[in-house]
Design a binder for this molecule. Structure first.
Ligand code: SAM
Length: 315
């Protein structure tokens, strides 16, 4: 019997079905954001070939994974991204997260190669703060804003703007960001992200309850996404999604993702590095068993009654 990928979906020991792959394609980045977790990638510096990437995604798709998010490092530093996209099997959703600096030149070709949509990091609309957050001497904000406009024009929608909330830096800019997204008539969504402390930046952590309560009082509608049970608030024609990964048992209980590091290791959890499964040299015939092995190692990082139950990465 020819069974579909959905029939063969992988479920981990905690009953969580794995539906999406978050794949880093490089650890290199043109920016050096003060808080960046680098996808929790311990990183050998190696990068997968187009063939390796495509084989992994194909095997994952056969096992019911129908969503792919490409990340990094900065994925647009790979000149062969269009080649990768064009070689992928059909998936329900292929998205990319980028700092947007090089997006203006690539948006049309990425769309043509098969990319569905983009997330773009935009923590601030203030050029001086942008330089400070990204640790960049060059003013990149103008390029990022041009990238957002071109992404909308290219139909890489909905474009999600990733805004990591940073105490004393951008927490007072939420309203300006909502106003900014409204200009795009529904094509742009604001995604607020609670800061995870990977770089001794706990002092920048913003109280997510307070922000969420304020959104709730203004929202005309609230939806709950399946992934991580993230909430989406509708505020006068703007959509605001809130990602709360910190000390959040509900987030982990509803996590349906498997990660892949830039050098080709399956990574069951952002916050754990001692359970990776190396697939960098695996052929198509070995990949299904290795994917299942990685899924069998998935453990919710935050569980009820405990702060965490895994070894914390220090990357
Ligand atoms: N360079 C690309 C970019 O800027 O989107 C891809 C890599 S970056 C690690 C992917 C996303 O991770 C960024 O949009 C940022 O919002 C998020 N991120 C990075 N470090 C984080 C942290 N410490 N806490 C929460 N989110 C973080």
């Amino acid at each position: 019997m020819n069974r579909s990928g959905a029939d063969r979906a992988m479920t981990d020991p905690y009953g969580r079905t794995v539906r999406s792959l978050r794949m880093s394609v490089t650890n290199r980045c043109n920016l050096n954001c003060i808080y960046c977790h680098k996808e929790g990638d311990p990183g050998s510096g190696g990068e997968m070939s187009v063939g390796t990437i495509v084989n992994i995604v194909r095997a994952a798709a056969d096992l019911g994974i129908d969503r792919l998010k490409i990340s990094g490092g900065e994925p647009l530093l790979r000149n062969d991204l269009e080649e990768i996209l064009a070689a992928l099997p059909p998936l329900r959703d292929v998205s990319l997260t980028t700092n947007g600096v090089f997006l203006k030149e690539r948006a049309q070709s990425l769309k043509k190669a098969g990319l569905d949509r983009v997330n773009i990091s935009l923590d601030t609309l203030d050029p001086a703060k942008s330089r400070m957050i990204t640790n960049s001497k060059k003013d990149v904000l103008g390029d990022v804003l041009a990238g957002i406009e071109e992404a909308v024009r290219a139909g890489l929608t909905p474009v999600k703007l990733n805004m990591v909330l940073l105490k004393g830096l951008n927490e007072t800019e939420i309203e300006d960001m909502i106003t900014f997204t409204r200009k795009f008539n529904g094509d742009v969504i604001l995604q607020l992200i609670e800061l995870m402390d990977f770089k001794n930046v706990a002092y920048l952590h913003v109280n997510a309850d307070e922000v969420e309560d304020a959104l709730l009082t203004r929202a005309t509608d609230v939806k709950v996404r399946q992934l991580h049970h993230r909430k989406k608030y509708m505020i006068n024609g703007a959509e605001v999604e809130f990602v709360r990964p910190v000390d959040n048992t509900e987030f982990c209980a509803n996590c349906n993702r498997l990660r892949v590091t830039a050098d080709g290791k399956l990574k069951p959890c952002l916050l754990v590095n001692d359970n990776l499964v190396d697939v960098s040299d695996a052929g198509p015939e070995e990949l299904p068993a290795l994917l299942k092995l990685a899924v069998s190692r998935r453990v919710p990082f935050y569980t009820k009654g405990r702060k965490h139950n895994g070894s914390r990465t220090d990357s």
